[in-house]
Write a protein that binds this ligand. Structure first.
Ligand SMILES: Nc1ncnc2c1ncn2[C@@H]1O[C@H](COP(=O)(O)OP(=O)(O)OP(=O)(O)O)[C@@H](O)[C@H]1O
Length: 237
């Protein structure tokens, strides 16, 4: 579950402050997907940063996987992120030198677990890669994969720790329409199968009618839109 109640986030701007998120409330139940759309600079990334425990808002309540983020130290917030939140960033941040399998396994292996635990990690990574359609591609490095395949690795990596919350920033921006559709379908399936509360930012309005909930951000303010109406608006142009 992701829950934001009356969240406001401001940034300094010379003598004044910019309100990036303005008294925003939202709730994303398990197994559902909420899309946030809106113009550039409307506050979407700021909202994701708050929901990912990367930034503490000025005011309001943020609960992720049942945990109230208020008052957590930086280390505690990092621990919550690691255990409960899978994040797929806009820019693919895969490590060029690592195979697809190692991109998934490396974070867990850094913990220095036993041999058996390492083997289990690699088995889980292999299963997840198969789940996102990359069986047979485990040993490929990022430059040997297409944009859509790299995005699949990103998604699989975000799921390694079996998070209850999945935060996805612009997953289709670097892809053509057909590949974008496939990625959205995958994220929807994973959300249903794994029961994640998925919060997704997108500029691409063509996917909105597939979402459980659509929110439009404008100058930091969130408004609910009927998913079908969001698509109808697209048809009308
Ligand atoms: N670290 C920061 N310091 C100061 N101002 C910031 C910071 N991050 C965002 N802002 C400001 O907050 C507002 C919202 O920005 P944000 O990046 O959240 O919008 P966005 O909707 O994600 O935009 P885009 O679609 O272009 O990524 C903007 O006015 C932006 O300039």
């Amino acid at each position: 579950m992701i829950e934001l109640r009356n969240v406001t986030l401001t940034f300094p701007d010379g003598d004044r402050r910019i309100t990036a998120v303005d008294n925003a409330s939202l709730s994303v139940p398990p197994g559902t997907i909420t899309a946030v759309t809106g113009a550039s600079g409307s506050g979407k990334s700021s909202l994701l940063a708050v929901a990912s425990a990367l930034i503490t808002p000025d005011s309001g309540e943020v609960r992720v996987a049942g945990i109230d983020l208020a008052g957590l130290s930086r280390a505690e917030a990092t621990a919550v992120r690691r255990e409960h939140i899978g994040i797929v960033f806009q820019q693919s941040n895969l490590l060029p030198a690592l195979s697809a399998l190692d991109q998934l396994a490396v974070m867990n292996e850094l913990d220095g677990h036993s041999r058996a635990a390492r083997a289990a990690t690699r088995e889980r990574a292999r299963d997840l890669l198969a789940r996102v359609g990359l069986a047979g591609h485990e040993d490929k490095r990022p430059h040997q994969l297409s944009g859509g395949q790299r995005q699949r690795v990103n998604i699989a990596r975000a799921l390694m720790n079996e998070p209850g919350v999945l935060i996805v920033d612009e997953p289709t921006s670097a892809l053509d329409h057909a590949r974008g559709m496939e990625i959205i379908t995958l994220i929807l399936e994973l959300t249903r199968d794994r029961g994640t509360s998925t919060l997704l930012v997108t500029h691409d309005r063509s996917h909105l009618d597939r979402m459980d909930q659509v929110l439009v951000m404008s100058d930091g303010v969130l408004n609910t839109l009927d998913p079908a109406a969001a698509s109808a608006a697209l048809v009308r142009g």
